[in-house]
Ligand binder design. Structure first.
Ligand SMILES: [Zn+2]
Ligand SMILES: [Zn+2]
Length: 395
């Protein structure tokens, strides 16, 4: 029986796990209950595991010796008030699994169930490491995300390759999307302050209006991609926060401007940072000033070409060629990128569109088609099985 057939037999069990996690969402580095639930499931399977990895993460071990393969899932939720009225709605007000990480954790537990049987019956040789990482959505106070910390703590040492998946609520259910090379963008944040001189709204000439200065800064920022970046490259800067002012007749002292920067190539990333600095510097033409801090985020998620082909073939064998498609380049970012920097890696999408309602990621009505849970578990397990049983995937 294929892993897909065996995973289907686990469907109800997987749905129950996902709904339990969905009802108890926890934010980045607070995944205590989630990690406990993962640990309990592994314990019941008789699988060896370690807790407290990357603060609130769990790493499990199946088998021993070479080759060594890693599978990754993230566990954190988002600060969103769930608007769905399902029986498994979030019970933690203001917190929600609105990116599907509950499904990822469930799929990896499902893969553990499938692989564990084969290891116990001596059908698999080698090691499979299961990485249940915390904090994909947000870094801690030290600026480090869960995936970054896992790499730093050595969770990928001695591992030959790593694979992970993301469910996508807007793509057709049970379709697999793969892409070699750069797949998801590098992300940086910026925190800026446009500094003028406050005063009376009726006497602007005696003040230096920072709101007026900000308008020039925003225009300059939005000119960067079209006028300063090579048009054959990809990148973007979005101003997402603007705050200033207290009364209708007071010109404020300063304006806060903050946002996100996305790119794929290090040279473009550096160019965007430099040009952003210049955009803020237009404030000085009128005697104003600025402060600008770039917050370094995740690098570009680059899929290893050989591992991508390996995943494409594996998925084709499992779900059929008509369900395996080429993924488009994504401006979204992923901290799987740190793992793919450390070891040859492949990250792929699993379509999970539930119904005709628009349920985008990070939205209060986000939800997925739970029929993808067995597929996700089978894809992860099959990736591990195939990697352990093939001799030459990587040079
Ligand atoms: Zn997300
Ligand atoms: Zn996500």
């Amino acid at each position: 029986m294929s892993y897909l057939d065996r995973a289907h037999a686990l469907k109800e069990k997987l749905i129950a796990i996902r709904r339990d996690l969905h009802q108890h969402p926890e934010l980045a580095f607070e995944e205590v209950r989630t990690a406990q639930r993962v640990a309990e499931t592994l314990h019941d399977l008789g699988v060896e595991y370690e807790t407290g990895v990357a603060k609130t993460g769990v790493v499990a071990y199946l088998g021993e010796g070479e080759p060594r393969f890693a599978l990754r899932a993230d566990m954190d939720a988002l600060p969103i008030l769930e608007a769905n009225e399902t029986e498994y709605k979030s019970q933690n007000p203001g917190k929600m699994h609105a990116c599907g990480h509950d499904a990822h954790t469930t799929c990896l537990l499902g893969a553990a169930m499938l692989l564990n049987q084969d290891f116990k019956q001596g059908r698999l040789k080698g090691t499979v490491k299961l990485l249940f990482q915390p904090a994909e959505e947000n870094a801690g106070k030290d600026g480090k995300s869960g995936g970054q910390l896992m790499v730093q703590e050595g969770a990928l040492n001695n591992v030959d390759a790593v694979v992970g998946l993301h469910v996508i609520s807007t793509l057709p259910s049970n379709e697999v999307y793969v892409r070699a090379g750069a797949f998801m963008a590098a992300v940086d944040g910026f925190e800026g302050e446009v500094i003028g001189r406050g005063g009376h709204g009726a006497y602007p000439h005696e003040a230096l209006d920072p709101i007026w200065l900000s308008a020039h800064v925003i225009n300059a920022i939005h000119g960067i991609v079209s006028r300063r970046m090579d048009p054959t490259k990809q990148g973007l800067i979005s101003v997402c926060i603007i705050n200033a002012g207290t009364a209708l007749n007071i010109i404020p002292e300063s304006v806060r401007l903050a946002g996100t920067i996305r790119s794929f190539e290090p040279s473009v990333r550096a160019l965007l940072h430099g040009e952003l600095e210049k955009a803020f510097a237009v404030t000085r033409a009128w005697g104003g000033d600025y402060k600008l801090k770039i917050l370094h985020g995740y690098p570009t998620t680059v899929n290893d070409p050989k591992m991508t082909e390996f995943v494409r073939e594996m998925a084709t064998g499992l779900v059929g060629a008509e369900r395996v498609k080429e993924a488009q380049l994504q401006m979204g970012a992923e901290d799987f990128s740190f793992m793919a920097q450390a070891k040859p890696g492949a990250f792929f999408y699993l379509g999970a569109k539930k119904d005709e309602v628009q349920r985008p990621h990070h939205n209060p009505v986000f939800d997925i088609d739970e029929a993808v849970l067995p597929t996700g578990a089978a894809l992860l397990a099959e990736a591990a099985r195939k990697f352990l049983s093939s001799s030459k995937i990587l040079p």
